[in-house]
Structure formats: C-alpha cells, structure tokens
Design a binder for this molecule. Sequence first.
Ligand code: OSB
Ligand code: MG
Length: 374
Amino acid sequence: MKIDAIHLRELNLQLVHPFETSFGRTTHRRVLLIELQSEGLIGWGECVAGEHPYFSEESIDTAWHVLQHELAPALTANEVEHPGKCREIFARVRGNRMAKGGLENAVWDLEAQRRGVSLSDLLGGTRETIPCGVSIGIQDTPEILMQKIETEVAAGYQRIKLKCKPGWDINILEMVRNRWPDITLSVDANSAYRIRDLDHLVQFEKFDLLMIEQPLWHDDFYFHSMLQKRLQTAICLDESIRNRRDALAAIDIESCRIINIKVGRVGGFSEAIAVHNVAEERGIPVWCGGMLETGIGRAHNIALSSLPNFSLPGDVSASKRYWKEDIVEPEITVSASGEITVPTVPGRGFEVRTDLIEKLTVRRETIRALELVR
Ligand code: OSB
Ligand code: MG
C-alpha cells in the first residue's frame, strides 16, 4: 500500500472521573490521534503516551516529535506490503514504542479495510466476545471506593482491579474483602514498592488476589523474581515487559505468572502478538491492559483481546466510564455479564466521528509522501 498522507492531531478530552494511580492523578487526556490516508481509505491509530512521562519515558509531546520527524517520514518513504513490516521500517529509531504503536496500528486498521476483513480476523483473533474487568483508581476516601466497586460489580464486570500504594493497600483490601469475599480481585501498584517491603507485600496473600500487578521497579525482572518465589499470589508484569524477549526472560526466571499486554507499551500489534504467542507457548495467560483510551484505541484493544491466550478479563471497559461522548459510533458497551462483543464487520467495527474530532482538535500536523520519490 502507498501512504499518501499522515495527519497527527491532538485532542483535549475531559475524563468523566479523575483517575489516580501511585504516580499521579489524571483529569484531562491529551489524546494523540493518527490518521492515515491511503488509496481512498482512512486508517486510524491512537498513541497512548500520557501527558507526563510517568508511566513510561514517553509523553504525548515526545511521541508527537518522533512521529512528525522520524516515523511518519519513514513510513511515507516506504512501500508497506503488510503492517508487519512497520517494525523493520521503524527499527533504527530506538525505543519510543508508544509512538511506533500508534502509527503501526493505524496501518493494521487500514489493512483490515483494504482486505475487507475484521481487525480481529486480521490479527488472528478467535473469540466472539471478550471478558471485561475494570481498573479503579485511588479515591479521596475508602467510602467513595466502596461505592465505585458496588457500581462496577452491579454492572457485571468480571474482575475488579484496585490501584494501590503504601497507605492505600492492606487497610483497603480488608474493607473490600469483608464486604465482597468472593469477587475476583487484583491490585496494581505501578511500581510503588521496593524489595525492602517484601514482608509487607507478603501480607497481601490473605486477600486471595488473582494477581499483584507491577509491585516493584518499572524496569525490573530480578527483584520481581525474588518476590514471586516468596508469594503464592501470581505477580503480573505490566511496565517491565517491552517486547517478546522481555516476556521470555520474565517467564524463564519466574518474575511473573501472568502478563498484561498493552499494545502501545510494546510498540504495536506485531510485537503484542509476539508477546501473546511466547506466553501461550509457555502456559502463561495474558490480558489486555488499558491506558484510558478513546474509542479508537479501545476498538483496537478489543480486536487484540480476541486472540486465544487473552484468557483473563482485561482492563477494556465501556466508553461511558471515561467519556461523556466517545469519538466512535456506536460507543463501546459492556453486557450485563461483563462482556464486549467483538465486531465481525470489515475494519475496526466502530465508525470514527470525524465532526466531533474536528471540534476537539487543538493541534494538527500533516506529513505527506514526497512526490519526487514516487
Ligand atoms: O497501569 O494499567 C495501568 C491507566 C494509566 C496508566 C497505567 C495504567 C492505567 C490503568 C487504567 O490501570 C486502565 C484503563 O481503565 O484504561
Ligand atoms: Mg498496570
């Protein structure tokens, strides 16, 4: 396929509820969307880099820079026979995986339309529906948290994940387990603990958690492996897993027993599929993480979650938990049994509301293919 033009846009969107993790609170999202124009079709991608480089080294501003000056020019200068070729085209740019992922996924989005197949089919998906969980942030009071859990359990979500940090952990888990002894529960620390907290973390065992996500350093395997040896509860790695080789290393030294796959964190669908496959070969279940995406990133997460080894409920939930008005139509909804139906129509299966996007755009840039090289 020939890419004629790449449009970058920044949207400013207010979250319905602020989202707080151990590294900070988000009230608004600055969303970087990528629109690919190719032979009369339009592919969309969402770069999930945050407002600040707190979850990873990237931020929306670094991603914008790398997309505009490196990745988009490289893509328009190349013939792309298959979206899987993007990794090679982007290879000389080190890191910057969220920038790469946003662009690569737009190519997959386009390719699904070109071939007239669903994005799920193109990626190798097999599930008709995906199981959904929710990630609930740190709240101002435990009472507000209890209310939120009640709402989400009543909505049918299959797994509740609580953000935790020192001072918002054992006390909170006691309260939650007293009220809901049987729900599937997990925690995500986003690297809030150190190995010196080992005895403290061992106390999490009594809450019968499905997993403890990324308790230690964001770039660590070794100390997670030490910790996993001391815990019955499974450790799940998020931040630490950047690619297939990381997944292999983490599995081999038993740093984790579960892996969270975020397509942006690993640099796009190709690498996400590679992580999925290596985990599947070694009997390690995976689930799809979220980054407070709009409907575009969410549609892509749904397609990815339809692969066979995504056997645990993910953090992919309904649009209305994040946005008053989502930028896709229909918006993403979750059934009373906590499932999302995977679209079977060609492409991503959710139409992009370009009028609304136009209204929300605060910054834009276009990179065109050079006619000379054609
Ligand atoms: O660690 O999974 C995380 C949001 C922003 C950054 C990191 C994380 C999260 C979430 C939210 O947990 C998941 C979602 O609801 O999109
Ligand atoms: Mg996480």
